[in-house]
Ligand binder design. Sequence first.
Ligand code: HEM
Ligand code: SF4
Ligand code: SF4
Length: 503
Amino acid sequence: MNAWMRIERALDRCCPQGANPLSHLGAIACLMFALLLLSGIYLYVFFDTSVGGAWASVERLSAQPPGSWLRSLHRYAADLFLLSVWLHLLREAVLGRYTRFRRLSWLTGLVLLPLVYLSGVGGFWLAWDQLGQYSAIASAELLDALPLFPTSLSRNFLTPEAVNDRLFSLLIFVHLGVPLLMLFALWFHLQRITRPQLWPPRALALALLSCLGVLALARPILSLPPADLGSVPAALPLDWWLLHWLPLAEAWGPALTWAVMGAMLLLLLLLPLRSQAPPPVAVVDADNCNGCQRCVADCPYAAITLEPHPNGKAGRQIAVVAADRCASCGICAGSCPSATPFRSTELLVSGIDMPQQTIAALRRQLETALADHTEPAIVVYGCEHGADLGRVTAPGLIALSLLCIGQMPPAFVEYALRAGAAGVLIVGCPSGGCAFRWGEALTAQRLNGQREPHLRANVPKTRWQMLQAGAGEEARVSAAALQLLRRLRLPPQGRQHAGDLPA
Ligand code: HEM
Ligand code: SF4
Ligand code: SF4
């Protein structure tokens, strides 16, 4: 387990269930983006778009609530936006989530990053106070170092007369137009992602919004004196978080600053080229696929489409997997109605399956392990990205590790109980921590009868339990297995036998 995951698991213990901010960074960025758009619309209504009136209009707006509060909220949301985007990038980088089926998300994320900075810096220009003056001139000087424009941009700020309403409209256009570009880039960013999590869980969203709201009240953002191109402002209270490139450019010079920024971007752009052996791709069996669409709905990376079935029957469809998008997670195998271990065929072939770990092999493994057990056994289904089942210790334990917990067809719970297991423990990763996004959540829905294929309602709830435990939390799995075993052994009325299951 790497350091990031250790921090994330430690934070899990401090946060209400599912509300760990580190597991929802993309969603936090989306929430901040939405907050910026909404608060920005309000501010714009009262904003005077002329160079002569901008500063005064912002002052008027900041003089009383709700304008003063919304202005501060807008700034703090921008801070949190940038922070969550950087942490989101760092998390994906540290967890190696930038190659193959994630390449498009990674590269489009890298397009979003400079846009986030650009719209952030642009916000300071509009207040047209001394900080706005500084940020506009420093940005222009930085851009002048690139062979992009025929004339020098910073010349536009040499005299007070040079900044006219036309130039100011251009500054406004950057601050308003860039977020629109970001919306477009975000759409691409989420193209290969099924049901992207756009909003954090409610508890987390409320906590973040409340913190920002209180901060905006406690530490309102105020303008500096109006911009005056005839003078150079002395010491400025800089917003280092949003504007750090500008003072760095002053200290290092534009050429070195661009070189550092370019090198960083190049490094991030090259990351997806790191070679990784492609993992096995899900395989569809034409004879067992009836085109029910469940795998299409559950695949987290939109890798499956339906096409006309090769058997030529009218209206019949078959699942087709796009190899370059397949994450090899097996969630589709867990969703297929033909993947039930109760099928009497000697060779269990499912509509869609993972070549490296088939459903038939899982059934064989389970049957062999149960046959070898004389003591009441607890079957633990887990995932190779979560708690390491090899390190889980409990008497009579049968541990079956899957590619993702979403690979487990729910009928395997009932099958294990009927085949002699005393109880079944299903271990998924903590909410938001699934390596394939939805494995744990889909499994919980299937087991609770909220999603097809579902676990039959007559399987006694006392005999199985679902637990969220990530890598490093093996002790919790051991404790839960032991507890389940003790509960099931309670004499006399609490005792359950395999034969107790209704037909
Ligand atoms: C405006 C900035 C950004 C926003 C709003 C954003 C938002 C999101 C959202 C909502 C998701 C889907 C999360 C899920 O449902 O699992 C996502 C996924 C992803 N993002 Fe971003 N993102 C941004 C920037 C970036 C950046 C800068 C990078 C890295 C260069 C990045 C890399 C990724 C990757 C690799 C995924 C796929 C994660 C996975 O497959 O599990 N994103 N992003
Ligand atoms: S293995 Fe995962 S990514 Fe590949 S097709 Fe199945 S559900 Fe989709
Ligand atoms: S879930 Fe199974 S039967 Fe349904 S479309 Fe997918 S492969 Fe075919």
